[in-house]
Design a protein around this ligand. Structure first.
Ligand SMILES: Cc1cc2nc3c(=O)[nH]c(=O)nc-3n(C[C@H](O)[C@H](O)[C@H](O)COP(=O)(O)O)c2cc1C
Length: 373
């Protein structure tokens, strides 16, 4: 198959005025390459330079913490103080130097934070630990911390910022009926549960002006008592009205990822496309879909069928950073595929170790191990 068959995949698109040269984006992928304490490391720069060189139009850098308390791990990138600005500037420049747009995802992990004092909408235990319920005053403080972090992303020279509303982290903890048991204006009805993320979007946009703000969106927790698509769509429509630049759709949280049915589901190609297609029906802003989109043919047909506007590649691009080039050149068969049965990267990062892809050759694996600090 030649490039002519992937017309849509290699056509440009604009996100709130920001032009992307094609429809391929790197979906955020935390790999444990930052230094302990969250500073940018030479390995992280090397990794993102390679991702940007791939030909993908936009690289969305993995989640970065807006506060120390909301950090997901000791090696999560930090964006909660100006002392991180020089490293972040270097990271943005290294991506842009390869002619890709650079974005940084900002996050508060809430009940999934790694520190001792975890906060969340409500005191719902997870993995044997119970977070403390946030006061209304603290809610406003955290909203301001999102805005301050977004402003740092802008100052560091990135092209856009993404709010992490996926994976069951704080923004989605407010939206979920199982993790938000509040009886104030932030809990109860779906209109109340989406108040927190919408106020965050508003505060961030007020702070950064016309700088594009994207949203990683949890469409379904895939838990019986969790957030389901129907309610999530209420948030999707409201986010679009609040002026987000795009909605990047995902499903599942740390509490559903490891359930046997979910493991099976997530091994299937394009396993989150139906969620993106449902979101696309209720919004006019561009929609990104990710999840085992291992072939350019599948990517093109998702776009042609109007199920999404952009393709997110996370492990797919990491396993083979030449995915976009091979697609453009019609060398589909040469693409090295991330194996659906292999979850080595996930398990390594869960153990606090740097991720190494089992599909890489010996030299590349050795280089990454050597560069890891
Ligand atoms: C090890 C690992 C780390 C991830 N880190 C992030 C992250 O920081 N932020 C985020 O929004 N999604 C994260 N994801 C989800 C990916 O962005 C993506 O939605 C998912 O991996 C499916 O796409 P893929 O099949 O191309 O990998 C992560 C996934 C994995 C496996």
């Amino acid at each position: 198959m030649t490039q002519a068959h992937y017309k849509k995949l290699f056509s440009p698109i604009k996100l709130n005025g920001l032009r992307l040269k094609n429809r391929i984006t790197m979906a955020p992928l935390y790999l444990g390459y930052a230094l302990e304490g969250g500073k940018i490391s030479p390995l992280l720069l090397h990794h993102y330079r390679e991702m940007a060189r791939s030909g993908a139009a936009m690289i969305m850098v993995e989640n970065a913490s807006i506060t120390a308390q909301g950090s997901g791990s000791p090696r999560t990138i930090r964006v909660d103080h100006n002392r991180y600005l020089s490293g972040l500037t270097e990271l943005a420049e290294c991506i842009q130097g390869e002619k890709a747009r650079a974005g940084l995802q900002i996050n508060h992990a809430g009940r999934f934070a790694f520190g001792d004092e975890r906060v969340a909408p409500s005191a719902v235990p997870v993995y044997g630990k119970t977070p403390r319920s946030l006061t209304q005053k603290e809610i406003i403080t955290i909203q301001n911390q999102y805005a301050q972090a977004a402003s740092r992303v802008q100052k560091a020279g990135f092209d856009l910022v993404e709010l992490h509303g996926g994976t069951g982290y704080l923004l989605s903890q407010f939206v979920s009926p199982r993790t938000n048991l509040r009886d104030d204006a932030y809990g109860g009805s779906i209109e109340n549960r989406i108040r927190f993320p919408l106020e965050v979007v508003k505060r961030v946009k007020d702070r950064v002006g016309d700088f594009p703000v994207g949203y990683r969106f949890l469409a379904d927790e895939w838990l019986p008592d969790g957030l389901h698509l129907k309610e999530a769509l209420v948030l999707a429509a409201a986010l679009a009205e609040h002026g987000v630049a795009y909605i990047s759709v995902m499903g599942g949280t740390y509490e559903s990822f490891f359930l046997p049915d979910m493991i099976k589901k997530s091994q299937k190609p394009g396993y989150m496309v139906s969620l993106a297609a449902a979101v696309k029906k209720v919004v006019k802003v561009p929609v990104i879909t990710a999840g085992r989109i291992s072939t350019p043919k599948r990517a093109e047909s998702i776009l042609q069928d109007n199920k999404a506007d952009l393709i997110g590649l996370a492990r797919m691009l990491w396993a083979d950073p030449e995915w976009p080039r091979k697609a453009r050149e019609g060398r589909d068969n040469a693409i090295i595929k991330c194996s659906p049965k292999c979850d080595a990267c996930f398990h390594l990062v869960m153990k606090g170790r740097p991720a190494i892809c089992t599909r890489w050759n010996k030299e590349k694996r050795a280089k990454y191990n050597e560069m890891f600090q």
